[in-house]
Design a protein around this ligand. Sequence first.
Ligand code: FAD
Length: 362
Amino acid sequence: MVGGGIVGAAIAYGLARAGEKPLLLDEGDVAHRAARGNFGNVWVQGKGAGLTPYADLSRRAANDWAEFTREIEAVTDTDLHFRRPGAFYLCFSAEDLEKRGEMMARLDAAATIKSRFEVVEAAELKRRLPAIGPEVAGAIFSPDDGTANPLRLLRALISGTVALGGTYLPRQPAEKVAFSASGVTIDTPRGKIEAERVVLAAGLGNARLAPLLGLDAPVRPVRGQILVTEKVRPFLAYGTNFIRQTLEGGCMFGESSEDAGFDEGTTLPVLRETARRAVTAFPLLRHVQVVRAWGALRIMSPDGAPIYQQTDDGRAFVVSVHSGVTLAPFHAGPLVEALRGDGFATPAYRPFSPERFHVQAA
Ligand SMILES: Cc1cc2nc3c(=O)[nH]c(=O)nc-3n(C[C@H](O)[C@H](O)[C@H](O)COP(=O)(O)OP(=O)(O)OC[C@H]3O[C@@H](n4cnc5c(N)ncnc54)[C@H](O)[C@@H]3O)c2cc1C
């Protein structure tokens, strides 16, 4: 396995649980690591609007989260803070609310795994979320969304991998990967590693590594900026699309999406707008202190959906996704079964091949 973020670690954990002995190579502190800067939503609403199989994938993973949590907590004794009370997608105009409701209905009609949702008008929203501000026009509520602590998830996946017999090598980047007589050779600063097979799960690093093995991961960085507040009394028991209150009491705000290259910094205009929207949504946040802010890079494919691809001989695989928290149970479960069985050369994985980006317009 190349890449010890949430995706690589989830796959390594699943492999170790299945009795394999995965070797997980990770780059280290200089790397771009979305796994350490994300929001922690286990999010289904609207996922797959451009590629319906992605809707089914997200729904299946979210439905598996509770069992996944129980199991990993038993192995690692780590509470992932997973909760699934449902979430509100907040809309600031009646038009937005209507459009969002229509999109959700279309998506649900197309998806095989159904997701429950309802359009909640302003008065009803106020009843359910008493702290909501007067400028919020309504929301889409789905009981299928949840939240988890992403850092606890990452730690549990890595410690679970090691507890079950896998090996984790931090600060050991794959500089080069190439096919060899017996499988694949991985060049690292500490020497060469020979493996029968390799899974590339290096986040943004996949864009460089995948072509070395004839694979394709056309992912680009999309920056998100997040603010965290001091701890306050509980007022938000549900998730939302851009504000959540953690179990410890701090609030996280963030929904920005920028093309800023590989710059992981923060900017005042984006942070100011993020805070303004949070206070508009929940005016009681007006006097709450922000204690931290960071930027992190999403791993974005051209259509936002996952990339799963393998070489014809099944020696190399690439996995690139931008919702690694949500999809963690899928990566540790069904995807690992595929790696140990028929690989990605089955109808279930075909929609996620990067070949979809090279289809000529008719
Ligand atoms: C602001 C923001 C908010 C987000 N919110 C959510 C959310 O609410 N829910 C959700 O599901 N997802 C969310 N995501 C997405 C989620 O964080 C990513 O999908 C997930 O982290 C991807 O995991 P990854 O392991 O592929 O990549 P990363 O987490 O980036 O990890 C890649 C790893 O590969 C390693 N690496 C890179 N190159 C090499 C190399 N050559 N050799 C060895 N190792 C290498 C790096 O060290 C790193 O540890 C968010 C992302 C951002 C940026």
